[in-house]
Design a protein around this ligand. Structure first.
Ligand SMILES: [Zn+2]
Length: 194
């Protein structure tokens, strides 16, 4: 009772003073606006759909933009064993290293780890009456595949990725190992690997 009276007095005093210094009395409008803004999902990088239709193959477009799935054992990178880096076919962000690729027998390229934790966004996918975890490129939002928890050690994860969502940079193609020289340090050893 006393508290109520005191609060009433407080409000009355606030109104009497006519000052806006008691911000605690105001509704939290900014927070409401913030929450509304967060519901819309956007990606750092976006491409015009027309450009993607020209640049990508029909299979690449269908999988990455329409969340499709290629048929098992049909993807060109499923059995690829070359050393290199697997990238997002849409935005070229590096996603997986060949070091983490393994033969899952599923018919899709499978990896047990990411190059960078933040490079892929995972969300719940309830399509087809199943609960799966969808894997999406964090940069452009391209659909990549799904994440399962039945992978090999040490992560126990299995990134089951459509070949159509991936590009591949062979290690040999980017072998620029001798990039020193600009630092001004004298050649400490005359070792050449030719
Ligand atoms: Zn991407």
């Amino acid at each position: 009772m006393a508290g109520l009276l005191r609060r009433g007095l407080f409000v009355a005093l606030h109104h009497a003073l006519g000052q806006g210094s008691y911000s605690v009395c105001r509704p939290a409008l900014p927070a409401v606006l913030l929450g509304a803004r967060r519901t819309k999902k956007t990606w750092p990088v976006s491409f015009p759909q027309e450009e993607l239709k020209k640049r990508l193959t029909p299979a690449q477009y269908h999988v990455t933009q329409e969340r499709g799935t290629e048929s098992a054992f049909t993807g060109g990178l499923t059995l690829n064993k070359d050393e290199g880096t697997y990238t997002c076919v849409v935005c070229s962000t590096p996603l997986f290293s060949s070091d983490t690729k393994f033969d899952s027998g599923s018919g899709w390229p499978s990896f047990f780890d990411l190059m960078k934790e933040e490079s892929i966004t995972v969300t719940d996918d309830f399509s087809y009456g199943m609960h799966r975890v969808e894997a999406t490129c964090s940069q452009c939002g391209a659909h990549l595949g799904h994440l399962f928890e039945d992978g090999p050690r040490p992560t126990g994860k299995r990134y089951c990725i459509n070949s159509a969502s991936l590009g591949f940079q062979a290690k040999d193609a980017t072998s620029s190992t001798s990039e020193g020289g600009a630092a001004g340090s004298s050649a400490s050893d005359g070792k050449t690997e030719l």
